[in-house]
Design a protein around this ligand. Structure first.
Ligand SMILES: Cc1ncc(COP(=O)(O)O)c(C=O)c1O
Length: 381
């Protein structure tokens, strides 16, 4: 099997991730922070260490600014719902995932917020002038993806964050497709919140994710409940990160994520980026030479995430995905990838696209075999 669906979740995970989770779960599977016994204390310490590792990895000032969640969707919902109030205006882009669009559209339909969606320029970049013009008196939040999960476009988050700061607007970045691929330094970028999954390019297991929240931001939790701290209080404690982490944490997943971060540190982010970019470019080069194939997103040679969307003639993307899986044993994703607006933007709302997404464990042979399979399919349709 060739696995090319790393944008959904990375697979396989580094061996150390499996080992760490197995060892931890067998020995220290107690509820962290909920009791004074040794097992719970050990589990709590391990979780603290992963929080510290994440803070260091992203350049957060304080590890209490890192909130553990169950995925990027959870983080984005916390960031959006936690800060907006009735009458606020929110700005987003036309390339967002449903985990951004759906909470925003629901808030808009319920009359809580006004929403502006910014399009792309002819060259496919974010229409920055429109973004600038869209900011008004009641704009509270700009929420935008760092990298598109459909086209591979990368937005200039530094420029977006700088503009937001100048205008006194909060900015949240969806780093679902870039955390663990592109360097992100929160000391250098005036970003207020950043959602990231643990299970994609940070190599943690499914069920892990996080939200960075800059200290000082006025934000409410979306859940209230047991935090293991201030148990005598009937109201949610104000202390971070507890304020946002009610309920038992996914301790086994979080320690797996910690091992994933160790792996990235060992291999080097630059090496990971170079490898995935190389495979992506080789794949695009091959795709562009196949008759009937149309490739979307940034041109060959341009910077992009390791995601390539394509179609073969008018053939349904689901059919192509099905053939790749059933006949060639190649796992890709087809359809709308939970991003209908992105497909409206690139004109593939009806057909969807076939999406190949590379990970660090793919190699050039995977690229060659996949290209061969696509060539064969293209001959038949
Ligand atoms: C750009 C983007 N944002 C958000 C998400 C949601 O991530 P999760 O599956 O961790 O909730 C995804 C998932 O693919 C994504 O690609």
């Amino acid at each position: 099997m060739i696995y090319l669906d790393n944008a959904a979740t990375s697979w396989p995970k580094p061996e150390k991730v499996y080992q760490k989770m197995d060892q931890f779960f067998r020995k220290y599977g107690a509820n962290p922070g909920r009791a004074g016994h040794k097992m719970a204390a050990y589990a709590g310490r391990e979780i603290f260490e992963v929080r510290e590792k994440l803070a260091e990895f992203f350049g957060a000032k304080d590890s209490s600014e890192i909130i553990f969640t169950s995925n990027a969707t959870h983080s984005l919902n916390l960031g959006i719902r936690g800060v907006v109030e009735k009458g606020d205006h929110v700005i987003t882009s036309c390339l967002e995932h449903n985990s951004v669009i759906r909470p925003l559209k629901e808030l808009e339909r319920n009359g809580i917020i006004e929403l502006s969606i910014i399009g792309l320029t002819e060259s496919g970049d974010l229409d920055f002038d429109s973004l600038k013009k869209a900011i008004k008196e009641n704009t509270k939040l700009i929420v935008m993806t760092h990298g598109s999960n459909v086209t591979g476009h990368i937005f200039d988050i530094g420029k977006i964050a700088k503009l937001a700061k100048e205008k006194g607007v909060l900015v949240m970045i969806d780093a679902a497709q870039t955390a663990g691929i592109l360097p992100i330094n929160l000391q250098e970028l005036p970003i207020d919140m950043m959602a990231f999954p643990g299970h994609k390019s940070l190599y943690g297991p499914p069920g892990t994710g996080g939200l960075y929240i800059r200290k000082g931001i006025k934000i409410n939790p979306i859940f209230a409940g047991g935090t293991g701290s201030k148990s005598e209080e009937l109201y949610q404690p104000e202390v971070w990160p507890d304020k946002f982490e009610s309920g038992t944490l996914n301790s086994v997943g979080i320690v797996g994520l910690g091992a994933g971060l160790d792996f990235i540190k060992k291999e080097g982010l630059e090496q990971i980026w170079e490898h995935e970019y190389y495979l992506t470019q080789k794949f695009m080069e091959g795709l562009l030479s196949i008759d009937k194939v149309k490739v979307y997103g940034p041109e060959l040679g341009k910077i992009r995430t390791p995601v390539v969307s394509f179609n073969i003639g008018e053939e349904s993307s689901s059919e192509v995905g099905y053939i790749l899986d059933q006949v060639f044993d190649i796992a890709v994703r087809s359809g709308l990838h939970c991003s209908p607006l992105a497909h409206q933007t690139i004109g593939t709302f009806e057909q969807g696209t076939v999406r190949v997404s590379f990970g660090y464990f793919n190699n050039i042979k995977d690229v060659e075999e996949t290209l061969k399979a696509i060539e064969e399919i293209a001959k038949e349709v």
